[in-house]
Design a protein around this ligand. Sequence first.
Ligand code: AMP
Ligand code: ZN
Length: 689
Amino acid sequence: MSPKEQIQSLRDELREHNYNYYVKDHPTISDFEFDKKLEQLKTLEAAHPEFYDATSPSVRVGGEVTKNFRTVKHINRMYSLDNSYSTEDLKDWETRIKKIVDGDISYVCELKYDGASISLHYENGTFVQAVTRGDGNQGDEVTANVRTIKSVPLQLKGADVPTKFEIRGEIVLPWEGFYKMNEEREAQGLDVYRNPRNTASGSLKLQDSAEVAKRPLDCLLYSLAGEHLPVKTQSDSLEFARKWGFKVPKESKLVNSIEEVFEFINYWDVARRELPYETDGVVVKVNSLRQQEELGFTAKSPKWAMAYKFAAEQVTTRLEEITYQVGRTGSITPVANLKPVEISGTTVRRASLHNADQIEKLDIRVGDEVYVEKGGEIIPKIVAVDVSKRPENSVPTVYATHCPECHTALVRNEGDAKHYCPNEMACPPQVKGRIQHFISRKAMDIDGIGSETVDQLVEAGLIHNYADLYDLTVEQVLPLERMAQKSAENMINGIAASKQVPFERVLFGLGIRYVGETVAKKLAKHYKNIEALFKMPAEPEKENLDLFADVSSAVEKKTEELTAVPEIGERIAESVVAFITDPHQLDMVKRLQSSGVQLALSEEQLEGQTDKLVGKSFVISGVFEMSRNDLKKLIEDNGGKVSSSLSSKTDYLVRGENMGPSKLEKAEKLGITMISESAFLEMVEGSNR
Ligand code: AMP
Ligand code: ZN
């Protein structure tokens, strides 16, 4: 087989496996085999960039970065839906439409998936564009991100696929993936995502498609738009879409009367709890497209469809106590402790009250009868207080003034919704939490210590911070409960082995607020070692009489310096500066340093990295000798920035073969310097290598 045929056959095969796994939910090979074949394909594609194809299964891993999402006008407007909340509402709707159309009406009942609406465009069976709903008339183009969602087919199957059409649906984040993402966020001390819907729509707007690729998003489709489609009814549309390779949930049902619609609703109001993703209602659609046309639209929504919203189950119970939880970073969350009550099949005892403002807004008091709701959120919430039932002796809630764990006075920074316990160094949950974060898998990954061990070590007074870990001895830990010689040795060896963990993971492990895994990587790469990152600029001279002298303080200067690093925003910069101006933190980092922990990039990591392209922004377009990923890496290793679209901020366009005419035109218009691949290589390798 020629490389071209090999690539083709691997692509076909992987496409089929993707379909079996993500659409049919029925894989026929192991993940391991799949990954092996994908690797094979990627290697071949890298060696033969001339066969680049935007629909190859290899594009699912993402990589394209979009800085500003382009606004696109919808060819067919994306309407919203009228809502109904009762069978009467639906009966009224039926009466209204029966006055307009002749003959019997049948309906398709579908579930209303709670996610982000999306419009996918296909041409000649190939996925070409994805646009968000936006305001219905125009939305944002999020093609690069949607391409990474595995259940979106990049190439359709079947002889009857229309040459050009649009299909609409909902991007959802199934519960399982949502919980998993939250577990990881919790482990990093970040706030958890509130609900799958916001997380799904937020994901579509991430700039880095490789990040989107990591999120377990799914795409459920429900309607076709376009001209000359081979369908006469909504149920046909679903059937055809399914056949062409789209994921169309099988729960939808064709019925012949409004009474059957009610049955569908009643059934799914309960059964939906078993579905893998969140639904918030049912959408009822007139089946015949001819009748749909007759009915038409109001200014806002189709007259031929109606959403029925499930009532979020609500119960009342008594608020027994408000307690306060202290997180790893010291943030305080008030918790309502309720008289246990059953909602949607689970017993609820506690509900989050979020922050002081929320308590004030609800005017919630101990002893109150409260309405508790469990909707699309993981944590039940208190929606209101039944003031009529308030006991006479009730007193307004006074928010905690001191930390429940260490009794330090709480603080609330301007602009922050939450209070904090500032006692970072001695507040037990913060001390334990920081150490747990430090040893966690994505940070130092220390074998032989679990979170209970950390609790034990702290409680026994053996450690007070992560730096103390490196002074522990086998003899010291042996007396701990359930500790044997072997496990004690494992633990001490694991700690010693962590001295080899690379700098960026150590930096992440320090637990600087807002410095997650990715930010830590960016900072490590930019500053290369901890001295450079932590170095504060000199304070301006106080007696300087020159009005025009730069008198910004060291803190201001450092913050500015940090925000100049690609993808570091003000919030992160301020938090880093707060960390490096805190003597306690500096002291601990110094102790890590003397223990021999990696606080600089290794020789190997530094290899090939220069500052030659610092401050320069590149766009690459077309096909190149080397793979696009290598090209990107080369730019980034030399300090440059790669973005996906041309703007006035672009310095260079690296121009490959077969570059699109519109990009060329735009580059010319903006006066951007265009360079060839070899000229680029000259630029990075020419001078001092
Ligand atoms: P709303 O946002 O309340 O106006 O509801 C309209 C939205 O419901 C649409 O824009 C879709 O994103 C979403 N939706 C979810 N499931 C369906 C479905 N089966 N049919 C049509 N729209 C749906
Ligand atoms: Zn505290």
